[in-house]
Design a protein around this ligand. Structure first.
Ligand code: ADP
Ligand code: MG
Length: 319
């Protein structure tokens, strides 16, 4: 059986691209560029909690890093280095080969170095810590939204939740729609470049990991402002709208987690710049509402302008 050290050597020791020292010593050494501050974030994925038992390891490797890259995007930071803490029931080589292939493929695309980690036996658990760089004073904080700012979202909301509903047998999708939704759930594309380009444009940002309504509320609370959002303007997959199940649709769009799109605010004089940016990056950027002075409340309006009843965001200790 593969020893811990052999396993590390075989799957995790690779030449570092930009770290001063990578895997193999007691600690890695990294150096941010002049004028940059480090952005640091950790995300943990547990079997049975964040992914199902027997999940495809290549997609899992991708997703474990993607959710961390998404946090960098939401800060306007450029991801640079990552560490991986991994608990494995046994040193399963085909699993490790596929998992690291998924992880390294995404890391390569964004020039992120895996510089260290820890490996132990246990219930499959994947914890990645990511380090990124952002020019001092230019990080996108949750606390920066101001009254009269526009509220924007990238891409579409609800695709990942739709895939989950399909997998659970709550809805029946056609083959193409099911495959497309499954990609949203299993292999989300972090909005790294968009996050970087939003520096100097967005006043606040967050990534949508727990659902639009809940994540917007985090921004409202941190910024001490309210929001008015037009429900109909929230971008959603055509397959979701085509189901003609308004209850499920609202649930997916408002509370569906795991989409990893960016939710951000920007002053109205940034509309033209955002139109250009969206076109340049080939990412739909949709204006969905307005920040209002006052209490940190989200007011959702239906097509007739009436206030809609609300669903709560995702809470790991409640669900
Ligand atoms: P230590 O005894 O100091 O904890 P280890 O023997 O656990 O060191 O790890 C040896 C080297 O391998 C270290 O540089 C560590 O960062 C790296 N490493 C261990 N596990 C992983 C992993 N899952 N991914 C990346 N690097 C790892
Ligand atoms: Mg160790």
């Amino acid at each position: 059986m593969l020893s811990e050290f052999e396993l590390i050597r075989r799957y995790f020791e690779r030449p570092a691209r930009s770290a001063l020292l990578g895997v193999g010593d007691d600690a890695a050494l990294v150096k941010p560029a002049p004028g940059m501050v480090l952005a640091v974030s950790t995300d943990m994925l547990l079997e049975g909690r964040h992914f199902s038992v027997g999940a495809e390891p290549r997609a899992l490797g991708h997703k474990a890093l993607a959710v961390n890259l998404s946090d960098m995007a939401a800060m306007g930071a450029t991801p640079r280095w990552a560490t991986l803490a991994l608990a494995l029931p046994q040193p399963d080589e085909p699993w490790l080969a596929a998992f690291t292939a998924g992880l390294y493929a995404l890391a390569e695309r964004y020039e992120v170095d895996l510089v260290g980690g820890d490996t132990t036996r246990g219930t499959l658990t994947i914890a990645i810590t990511i380090l990124g760089e952002v020019p001092a004073g230019h990080a996108l904080l949750r606390s920066g939204a101001r009254a009269e700012d526009d509220i924007w979202v990238s891409g579409e909301l609800g695709g990942a939740a739709l895939a989950l509903a399909h997998r659970q047998g709550r809805v029946k999708l056609g083959q193409n729609d099911a495959a497309q939704a499954a990609r949203r759930l299993d292999e989300p594309e972090p909005r790294v470049v968009l996050g970087e380009r939003l520096r100097g444009i967005a006043s606040s940002a967050i990534d949508i990991s727990d659902g639009f309504a809940g994540d917007l509320r985090h921004v409202l609370e941190r910024s001490s402002v309210g929001a008015q959002v037009q429900y109909a303007s929230l971008p959603r997959p055509a397959a979701l709208a085509a189901l003609a199940e308004p209850q499920l649709e609202a649930e997916c769009v408002l509370s569906g987690g795991d989409d990893y799109e960016l939710l951000f605010t920007a002053a109205p004089d940034k509309r033209a710049a955002l139109a250009v940016l969206g076109a340049e990056l080939g990412i739909a950027l949709t204006r969905v509402g307005t920040i209002r002075a006052g209490e940190a409340l989200l007011e959702l309006l239906d097509a007739a302008g009436h206030v809609m009843p609300q669903t709560a965001g995702f809470d790991h200790f409640r669900a």
